[in-house]
Design a protein around this ligand. Structure first.
Ligand code: EPS
Length: 355
């Protein structure tokens, strides 16, 4: 049984869309819980005025009846309220009438660090907007909605996932300093998953390894440049005697340097994933670039943007980790109905006597 996610949507287009397949039937979803995660993603310190325009809410178009999944594809939508200012500029069909609102002029000033230059070269675009709209982290909203569904599934087998920004106070001071200098900053987030039984993921093939899958899921989030599991990079400088988590007679550990994963398989300890986010590439004091139309030196595009989105990343990374753990749990415990899924999990944790 395999959980799959497909998404679509541009930052200033009509809506963001996700289709989730592979959910068991009978899973109870809570609209308020999904919307609460969407709100958490929007609330972080240092966000752009865009977050006052958007009031992200999930709509469900298919796969759910009276709050329970049908075991059929689940279709989720998050509307872009700001689209009302871009109806001409981001019209899916050739726009009618005079150009009006935002996005009417082609963008030709690629920002170092964004998708702009690689996008126009790769896809033969004459407007940077055609690259940046999909590359935008706006799109993470719908991943958070899907992550909330994954967390509901994980909740049935007593797994809880939580993300947070590391050193929040220092981070906020850095954000204030960056804003004053019309600059941007990044930061580090950490996601912890409690209650993960031993045995999710597999060492049988590298693409099955849970750490590889979590790293890919988190690295796939906009602006993430580094991911570590447990003590990660610090382990490279440690002696073996300082690096591993000794096994007690009850098969648990007193330390968790491995971050809950050994040989690509969960070991029953808390899973700990950290991600490093680079500073955002839209600077109000722009970096050097080229005007793609004239070929002349120019300053990069300046448009409304965030100073930092680290606190948002904590929520998005939480969703990504939850998604990947839910996928691994579906593979291990299967089941067409949620009761089958839970029964398989219960039988397994009883067999290995794990609590
Ligand atoms: C983003 C640029 C900004 C961010 C956006 C991501 O958008 P805008 O230019 O419309 O202000 O606010 O993030 C979101 C809209 C969001 O909901 O997270 C970018 O270039 O990646």
């Amino acid at each position: 049984m395999s959980l799959r996610l497909a998404t679509a949507g541009e930052s200033h287009g009509p809506a963001l869309v996700a289709i989730v397949t592979g959910l068991p039937a009978g899973l109870e979803l809570d609209r308020d819980a999904i919307d609460a995660d969407l709100r958490r993603r929007q609330e972080g310190y240092g966000r752009s005025p865009r977050q006052q325009i958007e009031q992200d809410r999930v709509e469900v178009l298919a796969g759910l009846r009276h709050g329970r999944t049908l075991g059929t594809p689940l279709a989720l939508v998050v509307r872009n309220v700001d689209h009302k200012n871009w109806t001409w500029g981001m019209s899916p069909w050739p726009p009618e009438g005079e150009p009006q609102g935002k996005g009417t002029k082609a963008v030709t000033l690629p920002r170092p660090g964004h998708a702009d230059l690689a996008g126009v070269l790769k896809y033969e675009l004459d407007d940077v907007r055609n690259a940046l709209e999909r590359a935008s982290a706006r799109h993470t909203a719908v991943h958070v909605a899907a992550g909330a569904v994954a967390k509901a599934l994980l909740g049935t087998i007593e797994i809880a996932v939580e993300g947070r920004a590391v050193d929040e106070e220092a981070l906020r001071a850095r954000i204030d300093a960056a804003r004053a200098q019309r600059d941007t900053v990044g930061g580090v987030v950490e996601v912890r998953a409690r209650g993960v039984p031993p045995g999710l993921g597999s060492y049988a093939a590298k693409e099955d390894r849970l750490d590889a899958r979590l790293a890919a899921a988190v690295m796939g989030i906009q602006a993430v440049k580094g991911v570590e599991i447990g003590d990660g990079f610090a382990l490279a400088g440690a002696f073996g005697s300082e690096a591993h988590d000794e096994i007690r007679t009850d098969r648990r550990r007193d330390t968790n340097r491995a971050g809950g994963i050994e040989a690509g398989v969960s070991n029953g300890e808390e899973i700990v994933v950290r991600a490093a986010m680079k500073p955002l590439p839209t600077l109000m004091k722009p970096l050097a670039s080229v005007d793609l139309q004239s070929g002349e030196a120019a300053q990069a595009l300046v448009e409304r943007s965030d100073v930092a989105a680290v606190e948002a990343l904590a929520v998005v990374a939480e969703a990504a980790v939850a998604w990947e753990l839910a996928r691994a749990a579906r593979e291990k415990f299967g089941g067409d109905a949620v009761g089958d899924f839970v029964a398989a999990w219960r039988g397994y944790v009883e067999r290995i006597a794990w609590r």
